[in-house]
Design a protein around this ligand. Structure first.
Ligand code: MP5
Length: 403
């Protein structure tokens, strides 16, 4: 029977789906970990605002722990929104009772700027932090916890050192957009710089949750803490790079992009395989678009920027064609990738500029472009690249060239 590691999130519900429990469970799932959840509070929230918060009664927080722990083996858990001292104390009791290794994300304010915890919780958060294996404050939360100001990477390091020494806990501070995605961690005394990329987006709703949930997932899968932190940084960077323009406020980051990127590569392979099959079945097309001993190729550029193409292309050889595979991904770039990037299309075929090609495209209404921005047939480096939105689109354009 299939088995999965089980992880736990102890967090609030975000009705808008981008942060909180919803973000944590998505993150666990895409990383192959089964997610359980202790819900600490409910928010009426979207990408613009948090309009209401209801706290879950502490005894019900405790009963969720009991239900999970009597049935599952959970070694690692993470916290998100813990909105009051009573809830924090309930979590503290249960985490201690069940010996759960805790990643504490001291959530205080939403990306949309609304407080998620009452002011007097800082003391209790610090007490829970001391029992955790890692705390992951952002710049603002680290400032609140220490009273320091963080303006640059040096301040970030000093604040991390202070938290590490004073609380006796491993710490990862997220510099966020203000520090161009620079994070700094101290784990078992080792200082770890986590350089990010400057990703120019305000769609960051849920970014902190995705990071701490990724760390928790990787730990549950058996990684050591330092490795888990480094791998989690990659996941959150991807989730931000492909964050979603949903809602009119701070859109959600998208942990699902980590999986969808791979699905899209498989779709690219499948489309190219079908296109090879089509060309093999209709090889007269090759005579029309390719000079003797010239080479054609096929390519697919996914929404995530991965490029698939035939390693060797298709060669016309007397009465035969030779398909020289395999399909390789991100192996090398060619004029098809260039044409697809120029036109924003997904799938392309490169071949010679034969008289047939010129004649048939004129007759069939295919648009030729030398600059490449618009058009169905792009001329690059003395060759033509036929481009389309998907497999059927490119096949219907190849049919035009067969006439
Ligand atoms: C229920 C809940 N938990 C956590 C956050 C923090 O996420 P963010 O800072 O990205 O808004 C949130 N907005 N809502």
């Amino acid at each position: 029977m299939a088995r999965r590691p089980v992880a736990l999130t102890i967090a609030g519900s975000d009705s808008g789906g981008g942060a909180g429990v919803q973000a944590d469970l998505k993150t666990f799932t895409v990383l192959g970990v089964f997610g359980t959840s202790v819900i600490t509070g409910l928010t009426s929230q979207n990408t613009r605002k948090v309009s209401r918060i209801i706290e879950v009664p502490p005894e019900f927080v405790e009963s969720q722990f009991d239900a999970i722990m009597e049935d599952f083996e959970v070694k690692y858990g993470k916290t998100g929104m813990l909105s009051s001292s009573k809830v924090i104390n309930a979590v503290d009791r249960k985490v201690t009772q069940y010996k759960i290794n805790l990643i504490l994300d001291p959530v205080m304010v939403s990306k949309s700027g609304y407080p998620l915890v009452s002011d007097d919780t800082v003391r209790d958060i610090i007490s829970l932090a001391k029992k955790s294996i890692l705390i992951t404050p952002n710049k603002f939360e680290a400032e609140r916890l220490t009273g320091f100001r963080i303006r640059n990477p040096e301040d970030l390091r000093n604040t991390a050192l202070r938290l590490y020494k004073d609380l006796g806990v491993n710490v990862l501070i997220k510099g966020g957009k203000a520090l161009e995605g620079y994070d700094f961690a101290i784990i078992d005394g080792d200082e770890i710089e986590l350089r990010g990329e400057l990703i120019n987006t305000d769609n960051l709703h849920g970014s902190g949750d995705v990071l701490s949930a990724s760390i928790t997932a990787f730990l549950s899968k058996g990684l050591k803490l330092k490795e888990a932190v480094k791998e989690a940084k990659k996941i959150v960077t991807e989730s931000i790079k492909f964050s979603l323009s949903l809602g009119s406020g701070n859109g959600p980051v998208d942990p699902f992009s980590v999986v969808e990127k791979i699905v899209k590569i498989e779709e690219a392979r499948e489309s190219l395989e079908k296109l090879v099959e089509y060309i093999e079945k209709n090889r007269d097309i090759v005579d029309r678009v390719l000079y003797q001993e010239d080479k054609m190729n096929l390519g697919y550029l996914t929404e995530y920027g991965d490029f698939a193409t035939l390693a060797g292309g298709i060669i016309r050889y007397i009465r035969w064609i030779k398909v020289d595979g395999p399909i390789v991904v991100n192996w090398y770039s060619n004029i098809i990738e260039k044409a697809l990037k120029l036109t924003g299309k997904r799938i392309g075929v490169s071949f010679s500029i034969t008289d047939n090609v010129l004649h048939a495209s004129e007759q069939g209404g295919l648009k030729i472009s030398e600059s490449g921005v618009y058009g169905d047939l792009i001329f690059i480096d003395g060759k033509s690249v036929l481009v389309g939105d998907h497999l059927d689109d490119i096949i219907s354009k190849l049919e035009v060239l067969r006439k």
